[in-house]
Design a protein around this ligand. Structure first.
Ligand code: FAD
Ligand code: UDP
Length: 384
């Protein structure tokens, strides 16, 4: 059969756009489609009032992989943004992640030795309680948090936020969710341990535009609604939509957590003085407020101060079929269902499933790029 394209790439998110970029370098003809009216997937930024608004949630690029960092910097220039969110608990402010600044704010301790003493005392209490119950390993997120950092910080900075974010009690959540939060005995408010981090200058949309430069893109085009015609166009398909949707939910729905944003333009230059403020009490209905301009230091593309500001209140919600899927829920039930879909996917020999939805994985952006590099190595046998 004579195909017009080598690859039909379903989804113009980071996975699809990065794959298209490498395919083009390898001399392949590609068509990228997306059902949304814009490219970029969830990293898409909309420019309003000169501010790059992270439309599907705040995105901070961070990685310890030099190969990934060099690659993204070859596509677009990155700024020096370092994520250092503030927590607001009942009107009082605390630094995140848990570090000497936080310990000073909570306990008034001024040295690492005093902080360790506080944490160790509270940890010992938690371990003693678990022993009394006859267990020596944390059974849930609450126990994990208590033996990691103690009761005070758990009550002020973890419990309310986590229960709002996941819509479940901490005692019903798996321990591993909390493991990625750093605990530091230095005065360092950098949220990530990664070696490199930043935000693309001009926003993620610029990065995706550069990846897709010279590649044919069709927006507002749903693959599953036009599958037959679209399949006839290309030798192979790279599918980055939801894996269960591809099989028309034959085995049932995979579950997600969803997020809702309420975005507001304010006629003032500064609302909260930081890009991210987490509301860690249970009374505040939103989980956090993002003030988008601070990802780029409050300046427009010419380096001028911006007179207005745009904020997004973020609410976490239970996902229902038909809504925008955000976070895969990686519990045993969904894991088992995904394995069955994956077995079906392996039989589709013309189709490669990739990305956050295609692989049902809680991928950060750098992991998406690494996954594409791996795939391209197999497909084109030339990327180092
Ligand atoms: P997506 O961006 O979801 O792209 C998939 C695309 O496929 C979409 O554009 C969709 O419209 C399209 N599509 C789906 N079905 C069809 C169809 N049938 N036909 C046509 N098109 C279709 N990562 C970080 O590294 N740092 C962060 O700070 C960070 N923050 C995040 C915050 C939030 C709220 C969320 C949800 C994620 C965050 N991530 C972060 C993760 C990051 O968003 C993902 O790693 C990345 O966007 C995944 O890219 P993707 O291409 O796999 O998926
Ligand atoms: N977390 C918390 N308080 C905070 C921030 C995070 O308790 O102020 C917990 C929460 O359970 C969350 C986990 O730490 O799910 C991981 O947080 P991270 O910011 O890494 O997750 P993301 O929101 O990026 O998925």
């Amino acid at each position: 059969m004579n195909f017009h394209y080598d690859y039909l790439i379903v989804g113009a998110g980071l996975f699809g756009a990065t794959f298209a970029y490498y395919a083009r370098l390898a001399g392949k003809r590609c068509l990228v489609i997306d059902k949304r009216p814009h490219a970029g997937g969830n990293v898409y930024c909309e420019n309003l009032e000169g501010i790059n608004v992270h439309k599907y949630g705040a995105h901070i690029f961070h990685t310890s992989d030099k190969k990934v960092w060099d690659f993204v910097n070859s596509i677009v220039e990155f700024n020096r943004y370092t994520n250092s969110p503030i927590a607001n608990y009942k009107g009082k402010l605390y630094n995140l992640p848990f570090n000497m600044n936080t310990f000073y704010q909570i306990w008034g301790v001024t040295t690492p030795a005093e902080a360790i003493a506080k944490i160790e005392t509270q940890k010992a209490e938690a371990i003693a309680r678990m022993k009394a119950d006859g267990v020596n390993k944390p059974r849930n997120l609450e126990e994990q948090a208590l033996i990691l950092i103690g009761r005070d910080i758990y009550e002020i900075l973890i419990k309310g936020y986590t229960e709002k974010q996941w819509g479940r009690r901490c005692t019903d959540l798996p321990a591993f969710i909390i493991n990625r939060l750093p605990v530091r005995l230095v005065f360092d408010n950098n949220y990530f341990n990664a070696l490199y981090q930043g935000i693309p200058m001009g926003g993620y949309t610029k990065m995706v535009e550069n990846l897709l430069d010279g590649i044919e893109v069709r927006l507002n085009t749903d693959y599953l609604e036009n599958k037959k015609e679209l399949d006839a166009l290309a030798k192979k398909v790279v599918y980055t939509g939801p894996i269960d949707a591809y099989f028309d939910y034959e085995l049932g729905h995979l579950e997600y957590r969803s997020v809702r944003f309420e975005t507001e333009t304010l006629d003032k230059p500064n609302f909260q003085g930081n890009a991210a403020v987490n509301y860690t009490d249970k009374e505040t209905p939103w989980t956090r407020i993002i003030e988008h301009k601070w990802f780029e230091f409050g300046k427009d593309e010419n380096g001028e101060d911006l007179p207005k500001t745009i904020i997004s209140r973020e609410y976490s919600s239970e996902w229902k079929p038909g809504e925008e899927p955000y976070y895969p829920v990686n519990n045993a039930k969904n894991g088992a269902l995904y394995v069955r879909y994956k077995e079906m996917a392996e039989k589709e020999n013309k189709v490669i499933f990739g990305g956050r939805l295609g692989e049902y994985k809680y991928y950060d952006m750098d992991q998406v790029i690494l996954a594409v590099l791996d795939l391209c190595e197999k497909e084109f046998n030339q990327i180092k």
